[in-house]
Write a protein that binds this ligand. Structure first.
Ligand code: PMP
Length: 367
């Protein structure tokens, strides 16, 4: 195949070409063993090397301090919506947790946490998920076990470009759709989790980075596979892990390292997202992004075409035209409609330029 289709999907999403080629090369015979990673015992020294290498690469790329564990879990981001309260809501006797709800995913996480304790939504209810509620409207509970937020709301394209100040309360973040898109100060967090299928690999593995002093506090009803202490003590090998997904994660991390790490990636992500937002901003209202300019996501750019809530016929024409040019999965999430361009790490400047050129062409034709 000369030219691959460009996938602007929100996840599972595009993987770097170099990673796919490496996986293809090693598929039938990994490292001279005559078998693939999928057929390898998870207890073998060869697999152990794959797992430990992925772990140490992630530590290096995110500059993770010594007193944090890095775990590879299953159950996806949604599994962590349960695992977080099951492990952390009992940190304080009151079993209260503070949640910031800035979109679909944090709303789901808050709902799940209600099963295990008291949930306080720290800001007034929002009519739509297009901004981060003003800091002056937040009421944080000093005796909460933790404060939870979603760093990048994938459906709505709302991204935090600051770390909330919690005055010593443990901070938890879902970074499923923006991990490794920029450097992050891990020491400010008690826990970070992220499904791999957007910026770090394929579905099946969820990365959990947790401060060691938070281990061992799980509620007694916490399923053993979701218990952070058990997973940490067993180096993510309490049971059979998603071996192939961990292998792909390792290849992606190597790729990130080769292109210069999180800071280099951030530069590219700024350039890519500006390319698309500049067109939206300069389109005299033909393209409309509903998100407050202060928190527009670099990863997921949602927009409507033709009018504020979108002209269905024009949007269909846009999607069809994009697809004819080899650009797919640009349809907005079913709950919000419109268009969404996901510009994860593996989407290149050239891919983004192709989309930008098409947006300009479409604008000229239909304005
Ligand atoms: N959090 C965020 C920010 C997401 O974008 C998603 C999935 N798109 C999830 C959590 C849920 O992840 P999963 O499908 O792996 O359960």
């Amino acid at each position: 195949m000369d030219k691959r289709t460009v996938n602007f999907g929100a996840g599972p999403s595009k993987l770097p070409q170099a990673v796919l080629l490496e996986a293809q090369k090693e598929l039938l015979d990994y490292n001279g063993l005559g078998i693939s990673v999928m057929e390898m015992s998870h207890r073998s020294s060869d697999f152990m090397k794959i797992l430990n290498r992925a772990q140490s690469l992630l530590r290096k790329l995110l500059d993770i301090p010594e007193n944090y564990k890095v775990m590879f879990m299953q159950g996806g981001g949604s599994g962590q919506f349960s695992a977080v309260p099951l492990n952390l809501i009992g940190l304080k006797e009151d079993r209260c947790a503070d949640y910031l709800v800035t979109g679909t995913w944090s709303a789901k996480a808050a709902k799940e946490a209600e099963k295990y304790g008291k949930v306080n939504i720290v800001h007034p209810k929002q009519d739509s998920y297009t901004k981060i509620p003003d800091l002056s409207s937040w009421t944080l509970n000093p005796s909460a076990s933790y404060v939870y937020y979603c760093c990048n709301e994938t459906v709505h394209g709302v991204e935090f470009n600051f770390i909330p100040e919690t005055k010593g309360v443990v901070l938890v973040s879902d970074m499923s759709s923006n991990i490794l898109s920029r450097p992050v100060d891990v020491s400010k967090f008690g826990l970070i989790f992220a499904g791999a299928q957007k910026n770090m690999g394929c579905a099946g593995v969820t990365v959990v980075i947790v401060r060691e002093d938070l281990l061992g506090k799980a509620l007694k009803e916490c399923p053993v596979v979701l218990d952070y202490e058990v997973q940490a003590e067993n180096n993510s090998l309490y049971n059979t892990p998603p071996c192939f997904s961990i292998y792909i994660l390792g290849l992606v991390l190597e790729w990130v390292q080769n292109i210069g790490g999180a800071a280099a990636i951030e530069k590219l992500n700024k350039e890519k997202s500006s390319m698309i937002y500049d067109i939206i901003n300069g389109s005299s209202g033909f393209y409309v992004c509903p998100v407050d300019t202060k928190c527009r996501s670099r990863m997921n750019v949602p927009f409507h075409i033709g009018k504020k809530d979108g002209d269905d016929a024009l949007e269909k024409l846009f999607l069809d035209g994009a697809s004819k040019r080899g650009m797919i999965s640009l349809k907005g999430h079913r709950s919000v409609g419109g268009i969404r361009a996901s510009l994860y790490n593996a989407v290149t400047i050239e891919d983004t330029r192709m989309l930008a050129d098409f947006m300009m062409e479409f604008l000229k034709e239909h304005q």
